[in-house]
Write a protein that binds this ligand. Sequence first.
Ligand code: DPP
Ligand code: ZN
Length: 877
Amino acid sequence: KKETFLKEYTPPAYLVDRLDLRVELDPQATRVRATLRCRPNTNTPVKQPLVLNGEQLELVRVALDGVELSATEFHFGDGLLTIAQVPDGPFMVETETRINPAGNTALEGLYLSSGNYCTQCEAEGFRTITCFPDRPDVMTVFTTTIVGDTASCPVLLSNGNLIDSGDLGDGRHYATWHDPFPKPCYLFALVAGDLVRISDTFTTRSGRQIDLHIYVEERNRNKCDHAMRALQKAMRWDELRFGREYDLDTYMIVAVDDFNMGAMENKGLNVFNSKYVLALPETATDTDYEGIEGVIAHEYFHNWTGNRITCRDWFQLSLKEGLTVFRDQEFTADMISRPVKRIQDANIIRSFQFREDSGPMAHPVRPPSFVEINNFYTLTVYNKGAEVIRMLHTLLGPETFRRGMDLYFERHDGQAVTCDDFVAAMADAWGKDLTQFKRWYSQAGTPELTVRADYDPAARQLILTVEQTCPPTRESAEKLPFFMPLAVGLLDAQGRAMPLENAPDATTRVLILSEAKQRFEFTNIASTPTISFLRNFSAPVKVRLDQSDEELGVLMAHDPDPFNRWDAGQKLGLHHLLAQIERHQQGQPVQVDDRLLHGLRNLLLDRDSDPAFLAMAMALPSENWIGQQMEVVDPVAIFAVRQQFRALIGQALRSELLQGYETLRIPGPYRYSALDAGKRALRNGCLAYLLAPPLDGVLDPCLLHKGVHQYRHADNMTDAIAALSCVVNADLATGTELLADFHAQWQHDPLVVDKWLILQAGCTLPGTLDRVKALTTHPSFTYKNPNKVRSLIATFCATNHGQFHAADGSGYDFLGDQVCLLDPLNPQIAARMLTPLTQWRRYDAGRQQLMRAQLERIGSQRSLSDDVKEVVERSLH
Ligand code: DPP
Ligand code: ZN
């Protein structure tokens, strides 16, 4: 594949108003007949040949306006079907193609999962089903007839409404679906198989009753309640918050086990990774429950932001994804807790997106080019894209932002548009220019702010001087200044919020930074303030502002902004961890500072704050976030010191932790609620500190027993897995015994088996790599299921830093093997697995060389996919 460039966009030469599909299902030889009603696009005056995409399919027949074309009248090859001569006016193209769903291990296009047919067309999978202009700016009305075996495929589904069905008398039956909304072909879906249906309804605010159906395999029938409730909540929320009502009469969700992503928002027929649908207290954790609610909502919200208004081209992916992630974040904030959700999302940005933004795959929210678009479903497009929307929300304020959204829907409903169109609607609602703001869409890299505070007691004045820089990235070496909101508050020595002029709520001012260096004055400031900078993480940037441990202590105890209260604790932890990592690297013993212990003790004694917030405040900064502060990342030292911190904290605060563990016990049977989930998280956080393996390697058997006891008596997966994880990471013999017990109990539930793999791949006791290698041949593991691959391979390579980065290169060698093995099966997943190796420049010379060698080895494979090739080449050059 060649690199495609945004600046080379041209409108389609032909549009397709209607597509009639007839799909006759067969595992190895599915027959697809397509009728396309085409017409020249008035935007392209020059007469051109008709070019359709078509890959990995056998072309049986092509006809134009009812006349079969001879071999000289069309050309089929290199992924394109070209018909040189087509009429000037509207015309009709018919094709017949044959495809092999059973042989489709890439899980793109039409494939089989547990014997059922399903599709995944985003971004460019539709071209493997039939010949079509596979680009999102061609929007078409689809009518789809599915023919399948009556016994093995009782259920036949596609987008829209069922308009006809019947028996064919030869052991097969058919169903015809019509979707009245024109859509790009990436939103097409087809599902067929032996599934059961769970149904409920939703009444829209205008009084229309919508039928809601979730389709699953029979064995999962009892696991859909939570997903159904989540869907109903999302539908209501979108009406209340954004005035958006559902448009079709039916909304269908299908859960499949084999899926490359989380889920897919196909019009009226979402296909989900079963991980984001199925839940019972005994099989799913609180995190799973929250994830299901968030992903169900995300895909539902796409119906307006993505489907009704879609992307002109794939460079605009963030138009729908950044916006929809913002919407699902807001939804989850309302469902659980606004501060807790904000901390979670900021953690994702800082631990993962910043790393992407500083590595070889760095790209702007709107990438200027790509080879394989599947490589650009990234944290930058999704999560940084959501931060960009959030900055608009902060700048405009909620009411003006809502007017901007309304304007966007009003102007562009039914269209395929660009990020510029979205920002234009916002700018018009605001009445201000957003040209400079749009640099967030074209410049990659994480801006770094250096903040200096000068307080003049005589003048009662504070001057904040903010300088912004941004490291060079592939698309631009020199960065122009970004435009961003900086929310700032000031606290006095007692921790009281100081009143501020020009602050909407009297204590938080939103500064607008637009220059490389800018001065902000705060007047009438009575005493030396402690600065609460970047409240609520108001921009996705790194901040350098020197603050003493005392100042951080004031913020930790008193900042009215919960995000910064949490962040002050993280900064304090980071400060001490980094100092001890340096000592450790020089062979000196690790110590934990009293100030840190004091802060943690206060959290454990806090009976007023939200337990979910306290659980996050108790956690030490992630290994990734620590690594980002270091010139040369030393993953083994980071792991060792962080681990020793956990053990020392567990010892020093033993009685408080034990007390917390006892008092946070929730009476009665498990129930998923945000409050209970927070309590469980805090309580299990206490257990994890108590069971952190101590430096001398011997854990108090009495503590180990607490873990074993919790595992054995838990009535829910959250508590069982939390305890099991503690034991597995504390004592190999006991852990092995419990893991065997766990497997025996759950081996028939694939989603629980994933957890069993994750625990083993994440185990920080020595010898994990050998155990992971052995697991690759275990009957419960398969390379054909992406969830299994992510659970075993990605957990080890992307999260078990201490062992993956073993100085002998054994972890890198393992990943090299795995990528080579996966690439022929599933290129998308193979390319994802590569992420840890792309970061090679961040490590010491020895590791750099070993990681590079693996990238080169992978790069030298014959017949490498475009997906993997692009990541390898960008990483090496
Ligand atoms: N569009 C899907 C989602 O993010 C993934 N391809 O919802
Ligand atoms: Zn999405």
